[in-house]
Design a protein around this ligand. Structure first.
Ligand SMILES: NC(=O)c1ccc[n+]([C@@H]2O[C@H](COP(=O)([O-])OP(=O)(O)OC[C@H]3O[C@@H](n4cnc5c(N)ncnc54)[C@H](OP(=O)(O)O)[C@@H]3O)[C@@H](O)[C@H]2O)c1
Length: 318
């Protein structure tokens, strides 16, 4: 279990002045970013990952969330109970898009059924729920950014299972945040590109770096997303909200920017088509999300290029 804090609510005319947070997927890219943010803000939170409990097991979900809600309530003095809100952010998911095609049952269990169990347990225990979803709920045939009410039509089992996981959270009055092309602590696209670049620089691998140029989306820094999700909850957002770094790119453009920013400006790249990779799961060719609703709610994120600079600086790679 990851670190937590004592609950410390401060009353102010009956308003919610403090929130106590729980995170599932606490060791994933977004989960780690959320935990670091809440830790830095000295806010009460609890972070769980698969080693703590399996979100696709209804009995474990019920037991953990009831116990946590009770613990929060026990730590409050009686005059504080109306001043605190408990919030669960479910970042846990089966995120390996290609494996979701061959391991459909697991994908359905983790991405579709688990949010149902979590939403039911949250409703029972008065916990507000936030579900993280994906741009892969769209088919990519659009030519303008997808709005929150644009028609969904997932191409892959990952996208379909994530879409099905949105329903119960929305039905319970929760918040669904769709995001895309996430890079944060751990293994991600930026690290994969830098690893390939280093191998070419050292001569271990020859030839240009081949990257797909026929998929366009919004690269998103998990650290920025964590802050945005917390801001959305504080703005009392409900329903579907899209949230990414601003701007968009193809994977090729994103890779080029990574190389140029990290001192590999001379490394040669080759643009390739997605179909040449013969991946099990189809990807949307265009999955740019419109963040207009987030903007209306007062939440905006910086351009992905600035976020990339921040990522590289934080990792000491710039
Ligand atoms: N990554 C992206 O590009 C992207 C894009 C759009 C949307 N999203 C969504 O954003 C959210 C966060 O993504 P991420 O990249 O931070 O994910 P991530 O790094 O893959 O982390 C997911 C975490 O969930 C845990 N987990 C998996 N199955 C579980 C289970 N049954 N019970 C409890 N925990 C379980 C994983 O544990 P193990 O590692 O031990 O399996 C992992 O720590 C997800 O909902 C994802 O669908 C991601």
């Amino acid at each position: 279990m990851l670190p937590g804090h004592r609950v410390d609510c401060t009353m102010s005319a009956g308003e919610i002045v403090k929130r106590v947070w729980a995170i599932t997927g606490g060791k994933g890219q977004l989960g780690r970013s959320l935990a670091a943010l809440l830790e830095a803000r000295q806010v009460s939170f609890q972070a769980w990952d698969l080693e703590d409990f399996d979100i696709s097991d209804a009995a474990q979900v019920n037991g953990r969330l009831s116990a946590w809600a009770q613990q929060v309530s026990d730590e409050l003095s009686s005059d504080q109970t109306g001043a605190c809100e408990t919030v669960l952010i479910n970042t846990a998911a089966f995120t390996q898009v290609d494996l979701c095609e061959s391991e459909r049952e697991t994908a359905t269990r983790v991405n579709e059924q688990a949010p149902q169990f979590l939403a039911a347990a949250c409703a029972k225990n008065g916990i507000r729920m936030v579900q993280i979803s994906t741009d892969y709920v769209f088919d990519g045939r659009a030519q303008v950014p997808y709005e929150v009410d644009s028609e969904t039509n997932p191409l892959s089992h990952y996208g379909a299972s994530k879409l099905a996981g949105e329903g119960p959270v929305l039905a319970a009055g929760g918040l669904v945040v769709r995001t895309s092309w996430l890079c944060g602590p751990g293994r991600n696209f930026i690290e994969a590109i830098l690893e390939q670049a280093a191998k070419r620089h050292s001569g271990e691998v020859e030839g240009p770096l081949r990257v797909v140029e026929d998929q366009r989306g919004c690269p998103t820094y998990a650290v920025d997303l964590a802050e945005g999700v917390v801001d959305l909850v504080e703005a009392d957002a409900r329903g579907v909200v899209h949230l990414t770094n601003s701007g968009n790119a193809t994977w090729w453009e994103f890779a080029r920017a990574i190389l140029d920013s990290a001192g590999y400006g001379d490394l040669e790249m080759e643009a390739i088509a997605t179909k040449s990779l013969s991946l099990p799961a189809p990807r949307p060719a265009y999955s740019v999300l419109s963040c207009a609703r987030a903007t209306q709610l007062g939440v905006t994120m910086r351009p992905w290029q600035d976020a990339l600079t921040a990522y590289l600086e934080k990792q000491g790679k710039k």
